[in-house]
Design a protein around this ligand. Structure first.
Ligand SMILES: Cc1ncc(COP(=O)(O)O)c(C=O)c1O
Length: 286
């Protein structure tokens, strides 16, 4: 597979424009897009069969493959539409109440901070924002800023941390910060919207409470396809923000299998997207 201008032949992008914002929406290779169209036709041909059988088999097959990609067990991963969906579900499910606070920071994705703000208004906790100014000199400076904030505000019960932030793209030192956060026994939600596909992710090593990502950004999967990881101890209290038939199903990821009648096809194109990546020589080559 040739990189450079000729690569455009593999995509449906309008070549009169230069698409440089890959991070927000990703881009879907033609062959993956065609597979999604095939799935749509298959589902259209036998809707009863799809919604009663194939849907659940495909959820399990795809979440198993995605769990492997992010270095964890299939039982810890659910498929979602996107990061926003996972953020809403995680904050809503976290055991926070009046007297607690949740910590975001200057570079937290605005939509994620809005979710925290809204749920805080409902549940009565507060949202604190750690002020981080550029230039940042070292990872240790960031760890120190967080340590100061945790010392200053003992009510911090949950921290939301971007793995790679958006408007100013910074790869945050998540491993070092995790060590600090664990020492303060806070609940950790990592917004990995941009991480899987750009950096290697091993959730069994990282061990956050919640980790969410949008796979349509950097993995050539059609929109909308996201993942939600939930640590063992948080799974029982984890609920889908979009409540449906599977409200209290076990294991927890079944609660995300069905969210009302809709098109699920983007969730089931993982293998085809990986095939494209492999043809390019893997993510390292890309
Ligand atoms: C850091 C970060 N978090 C969350 C999101 C939301 O992703 P989505 O729109 O796929 O839910 C984005 C989107 O660009 C983002 O950059």
């Amino acid at each position: 597979m040739e990189f450079g201008k000729s690569m455009l032949e593999n995509f449906l992008l309008n070549n009169d424009y230069s698409m440089i914002n890959h991070g927000s929406w990703g881009a879907v290779p033609k062959e993956v897009f065609d597979y999604k169209m095939k799935l749509l036709r298959d589902h259209e041909a036998l809707p009863e069969y799809f919604f009663r059988k194939t849907l659940y088999e495909e959820q399990e097959r795809n979440s198993e493959a995605i769990a492997k990609f992010v270095g964890t067990e299939p039982n810890s991963v659910a498929l979602t539409d996107n990061t926003t969906f996972g953020v809403n579900s995680s904050i809503m499910s976290a055991p926070l109440s009046e007297g607690d606070s949740i910590l975001v920071q200057s570079f937290t994705y605005k939509a994620t901070a809005c979710v925290a703000e809204r749920i805080a208004e409902q549940k009565g906790f507060i949202v604190r924002t750690l002020d981080i100014r550029l230039p940042i000199k070292s990872d240790d400076d960031i760890v120190q800023l967080y340590a100061n904030e945790l010392e200053k505000y003992p009510d911090i019960r949950m921290i939301i941390l971007d793995h790679i932030s958006s408007a100013v793209p910074i790869l945050w030192p998540v491993e070092k910060l995790m060590n600090l956060f664990r020492a303060y026994d806070v609940i950790i939600l990592i917004d990995g919207a941009h991480a899987p596909g750009q950096v290697s992710v091993c959730l069994d090593e990282l061990q956050p409470d919640y980790y969410v990502a949008s796979l349509h950004k950097w993995n050539f999967v059609p929109r909308s396809c996201g993942m939600l990881y939930v640590a063992d101890g948080r799974q029982e209290s984890m609920h889908n923000i979009m409540t449906s038939f599977k409200y209290k199903a076990r294991p927890f990821q079944k609660r995300f299998h069905y969210i009302g009648t809709r098109d699920f096809s983007s969730l089931f194109c993982w293998t085809q997207s990986r095939n494209f990546v492999e043809k390019c020589g893997g993510l390292v080559n890309i």
